[in-house]
Every structure is written in C-alpha cells, then in structure tokens.
Design a protein around this ligand. Structure first.
Ligand code: TA6
Length: 293
C-alpha cells in the first residue's frame, strides 16, 4: 500500500483479522490493530507524514543513538531514512516465522550517511504479526566494516491508552532510573506500580524481560516482552511539553504513553563481523489476567 507521500507501507494481516502496517520510511510500524480492528498504537492527529521527519506515533526505531546524547540528530537517523524490503532475509528460527505474517526490511548506510557516521552496518528488521495478534520487532545489527563501533537503540513504542491518569506500569518497581527531567541524574523507583500525574521522561536500567502497562478504563493490559534490550524508556510529555510540540495535540498526552525497549545506559560495542540482536514484543491481554503475569 502507498501512504500519504507515496511511500510504501507493508500491510500484515493474520487469519483472525488483526493487522499491522510498516512504513519503508524509517522502518516504522505505523499501525497495530487487534482482531476487532481496534488501533492499539497512538498516532497524533497532528502527525507530519513528511520525510525525513518521523511520524509522531507508532513505533519509531531509534538508532544508532537514543535521545540527544551524541553528535547525531535526536534519536539517530534510522527513523528518517528510507528502508528497503530485504530480498535475502536472515534465516531466523522457524518459531519466528511459523504461522506469522511478517516482513523483513533492511537499512544500510549511503555514502552520504557515512559522512556523518563512518561505520558500515547492516540493520535487518523483521516485523512479525503472530496468529494470536502479538507484534514482534526483531532487530539485527551487524558491523560490516573494519573497525568497532558503539550504538544505543530503542523501539520507541507509542501505546494508545484511554486515560493516562488511569494507567499503571508494573515491572519497574525498585529499579534505578535515569531521569531526563533532572539532568539525567540517577534515582531509585520507590513506588509499587508507576502511575502518572505529570511529565515523565525516564530510562529504567537493567529492567526485567517483561513489563505490563495496565489501562484500567479499557480493562486491558499491554504486555511487553524483550530480549537484548535491558532498559525501558517511559515517557509522557504532559501538558506543557505537548503544547510545545507542533506535531502533537495539546490534550493528546492523555491518550498515549511511550514505553520503549531500549539499550541506552550501556551502549552496544560491535567488533567487525559481530551482530547484535534485540527482540521487542507487544501483546494485549484482558486486564483480568494481569494478576497472573
Ligand atoms: O522518550 C524520550 C524522549 O527523548 C523524550 O525526551 C522526547 O524527546 C521523546 O523522546 C520524543 O522525541 P522525538 O524526537 O520523537 O520528538
């Protein structure tokens, strides 16, 4: 399918009617719907669908830099580049493809890119929709050239919630976090579950492989499972920052929460020929099950 700029989007569907869309622009998941056709990811009504700007919503891929902690543009360039369908995808374990509807994308640096980030890499992204509706992003980044390089990375997932003041995040209790609102100082989470009354912009470090985002009003829980992604970013811009973002509605902070699988605190170092794999999986369960998680 073509999107607003004539850029290809790949539509994934499963037999039950769930679907996902992936844009070749940025390798960005732009939609993930359940079998009832309900959109589970947030996209701003003021999102700008105009390359190179990444669309505000879905799941932008932050690589090779998260945030603005390095010399590159905010969140790195991968989300602003045109990806290609990978003609010779990697041979992943059958379990990663059996019955799933998936697409394999690839990003390689252009001559131009190498001027800004002189490292030859291959970034293969598999976006997969399983028969039970879960969405999995498998990122495989390989160092092709002759010298080591470091990178940080995040799947910057904008989850759609009914009312941020009714949302709880479980699985991050007692963890240390880096607080972007306090000069990236380090704190320790005291609470039991995370709740939201103001702007939050944190990187929880060394987090568990599973995090639950409970939407009380919708009686549903997003379950995030991850491998190779030790950190979790939790971000809600709240009122003031929402007003400052041109591609975000003033009140939209109430309907979204970013919960990213990431590797930020200890960036990855890849030696020549080495490959890193990060797996980010989203599923939704009725909240009645969340106590069993
Ligand atoms: O979630 C962490 C964060 O770095 C926030 O500080 C905010 O800037 C957000 O990402 C969105 O970044 P973007 O470049 O997409 O506007």
């Amino acid at each position: 399918v073509k999107d607003f700029n004539g850029i290809d989007q790949v539509l994934l569907r499963n037999p039950q009617g769930a679907s996902a869309r992936v844009s070749l622009h940025g390798g960005q998941v732009t939609s993930w719907r359940n079998a009832h056709g309900e959109e589970l990811l947030f996209t701003s009504t003021k999102a700008i669908f105009k390359p190179p700007k990444a669309m505000r919503g879905g799941i932008p891929i932050c690589f090779p830099q998260f945030g603005n902690c390095g010399a590159l543009e905010q969140h790195g360039f991968a989300r602003n580049k045109l990806w290609k369908i990978d003609e010779n995808p990697p041979h992943l374990p059958l379990s990663d493809s059996q019955g799933n509807s998936f697409v394999d994308l690839i990003l390689k640096p252009s001559e131009e890119d190498l001027k800004f980030w002189p490292h030859i890499f291959e970034f293969r992204l598999r976006v997969s929709l399983a028969t039970d509706g879960r969405l999995t992003l498998i990122s495989r980044i390989r160092n092709i050239n002759g010298k080591p390089f470091n990178f940080s990375f995040a799947c910057h997932a904008y989850l759609s919630v009914s009312d941020i003041s009714e949302v709880r995040v479980e699985g991050l209790e007692t963890l240390d976090y880096i607080d972007n609102l306090f000069q990236k100082e380090r704190f320790t989470e005291q609470g039991d579950a995370l709740t939201f009354e103001s702007e939050v912009d944190r990187v929880y470090v060394s987090s568990p492989s599973m995090v639950a985002v409970i939407d009380h009003e919708k009686k549903r829980t997003f379950v995030i499972r991850k491998e190779g992604l030790p950190d979790v970013v939790v971000w809600n811009p709240w009122e003031k920052k929402s007003k400052a973002m041109p591609d975000f509605g003033d009140e939209e902070y109430k309907q979204m929460l970013c919960v990213d699988g990431a590797i930020i605190e200890k960036p990855v170092t890849l030696k020549p020929g080495e490959e890193w794999t990060g797996r980010f999986e989203l599923s939704v369960v009725p909240s009645s099950f969340c106590s069993d998680l």
